[in-house]
Design a protein around this ligand. Structure first.
Ligand SMILES: *[C@@H]1O[C@H](CO)[C@@H](O)[C@H](O)[C@H]1NC(C)=O
Ligand SMILES: *[C@@H]1O[C@H](CO)[C@@H](O)[C@H](O)[C@H]1NC(C)=O
Ligand SMILES: *[C@@H]1O[C@H](CO)[C@@H](O)[C@H](O)[C@H]1NC(C)=O
Ligand SMILES: *[C@@H]1O[C@H](CO)[C@@H](O)[C@H](O)[C@H]1NC(C)=O
Ligand SMILES: *[C@@H]1O[C@H](CO)[C@@H](O)[C@H](O)[C@H]1NC(C)=O
Length: 446
């Protein structure tokens, strides 16, 4: 699924296959090749596990403690087959190891937390070698009370790839800090309800690419602190949409590129969200976005009502460029703006630049809203910028002042819009909330 269709989206948006990129500051992924970790194979079946097990958790824990930790250059293997799991495992401080998950592990306890935590790993990869490795969360049986599926905490030089994550009771994958991580060729299939986040990621120098997410909450979302991320070829299939946020006090987000992102239905094409707070988001590029039937399009909202306000003047957004977007909001139940820049009065947005933006509404007026935002590419950003520059010319200094919401109505549909009526693989509605979600097949990328 993911591979072919995502490449098709890339071609549609850019006419060429995107190269990896500028925004990373160094190499990502494990420093040792997978095959070099076959010196020691730590098979869960040799550590008390069995096919069809009612709880494979203890065998994973033992294989890790008794075999991986004492033997750098080893691979923990869960062989092809079905396993239940009811005791969650934290696999901490492993260096130079791999976790080859070729089986399907099904959640069978409602205990909260995370089914698998990888913590302080270095030179690590988690993968499936057979296009079948999956965690089935059966979230429909434990909605918002059960665990998340996978958390990667403060790990360095790692990758997670060629795996399938299905119906987590809560978020699917959380990456907390760490550096030089790579996530690719994943399918995430969550339910059509809030709380079903696909990937939430913070840290430094991470690359996320070729990922498909179906859910009703975050698709691939950046959390603070974050720097030097490349997020690329993301297919949000009836998903809530991707975001940076929500952001609070002491936000530190910089040097982020998102590109080649397709969003079908759901809440937004992209959102930067906060309510109060402090710190910054700067040097961010959003390039080649395609969206159809989302509620919002490009949505900067620093008065986001769904977040309890944080203390502070607001998070300062600066040097943020949106390039080559093609999207149309649904406006079915409510009229919503294809683009809004609602910036904090206490920390106005500066250098917000729009180029080649073709944003429209399926029905009703297409509007652009600006508040305390400066930049270029749409009249309300430009008017604020012009008056600032005039003031600078006259007095030598300019004050980036707050201003109340300005609503402009886009009079004409942008020319050259090329949103296809449908793409192969589009999902008409989200997955069931009260029945099992099937595990898809994911061809290996390599
Ligand atoms: C695995 O869990 C399912 C419920 O998810 C249960 O029906 C099945 O009996 C369990 N299998 C074993 C071997 O415990
Ligand atoms: C972000 O990029 C700028 C410009 O390249 C660089 O000066 C800065 O150090 C980068 N920030 C981080 C945290 O790497
Ligand atoms: C603005 O952000 C872009 C990335 O979108 C970066 O290349 C550029 O160096 C930044 N400019 C400044 C003045 O930091
Ligand atoms: C649409 O915008 C026009 C101004 O261009 C305005 O007269 C009209 O009332 C607006 N319609 C709606 C439904 O807001
Ligand atoms: C979107 O979800 C549908 C329903 O499961 C699936 O058939 C399709 O392959 C998914 N699209 C992509 C691009 O993976």
């Amino acid at each position: 699924m993911t591979k072919i269709l995502l490449y098709r989206v890339t071609a549609l948006l850019t006419g060429y296959a995107a190269l990896a990129s500028a925004q990373l500051t160094g190499s990502v992924g494990p420093t040792t090749a997978f095959k070099q970790k076959w010196a020691t194979i730590c098979n869960v079946l040799d550590f008390g596990g069995e096919l069809g097990s009612s709880d494979i958790g203890p065998a994973i824990g033992r294989a890790f403690t008794e075999c991986v930790l004492p033997n750098p250059g080893s691979t923990l293997v869960v062989p092809e087959g079905n396993y239940n799991m009811s005791t969650w495992q934290t696999l901490a401080n492993g260096k130079n190891w791999a976790f080859q998950m070729d089986g399907i592990i099904t959640r069978s306890s409602d205990t909260g937390g995370h089914m698998i935590i990888i913590q302080n790993a270095d030179d690590f990869e988690m993968l499936s070698s057979n296009s079948a490795g999956a965690i089935q969360g059966n979230g429909y049986l434990a909605r918002n009370i059960g665990p998340r599926l996978l958390r990667i905490v403060t790990s360095t030089n790692w990758a997670v790839h060629d795996l399938i994550f299905v119906d987590s009771p809560e978020f699917h994958i959380v990456v907390q800090g760490g550096s030089n991580g790579e996530i690719y060729n994943l399918a995430i299939r969550g339910t059509n309800l809030g709380g079903s986040d696909g990937i939430d990621i913070s840290g430094n120098n991470h690359w996320v690419h070729d990922v498909e997410v179906t859910n009703r909450d975050e698709c691939v979302t950046v959390k603070s602190p974050a720097s030097n991320f490349m997020i690329q070829r993301i297919w949000c299939n009836q998903s809530g949409g991707s975001a940076i946020g929500s952001l609070g006090s002491n936000t530190k987000v910089e040097n982020i590129t998102y590109r080649d992102v397709y969003t079908n239905g759901g809440n937004q094409m992209f959102m930067i969200k906060s309510n109060g707070g402090s710190g910054y988001v700067r040097n961010v590029l959003f390039r080649n976005f395609l969206g159809r039937g989302t509620a919002y399009g490009l949505d900067i909202n620093q008065y986001w009502v769904q977040k309890t306000p944080d203390g502070g003047p607001g998070v300062q957004l600066s040097n943020i460029t949106f390039n080559n977007w093609d999207g149309s909001v649904a406006n079915t139940d409510k009229i919503r703006p294809p683009m809004q820049f609602l910036c904090a009065d206490g920390a106005p947005c500066t250098d917000i630049h729009l180029t080649h933006m073709k944003m429209w509404a399926d029905r009703g007026n297409a509007t652009v809203l600006c508040q305390s935002a400066y930049g270029s590419g749409t009249p309300c950003l430009e008017q604020a910028q012009d008056s600032l520059e005039k003031q600078e010319a006259q007095t030598g200094t300019g004050t980036v002042a707050a201003y109340p919401v300005v609503t402009e109505v886009m009079l004409e549909k942008p020319s050259g819009m090329k949103i296809p009526a449908a793409l192969p693989g589009d999902l008409a509605v989200g997955f069931a909330t009260d029945a099992p979600i099937p595990i898809p097949y994911v061809p290996l990328l390599s």
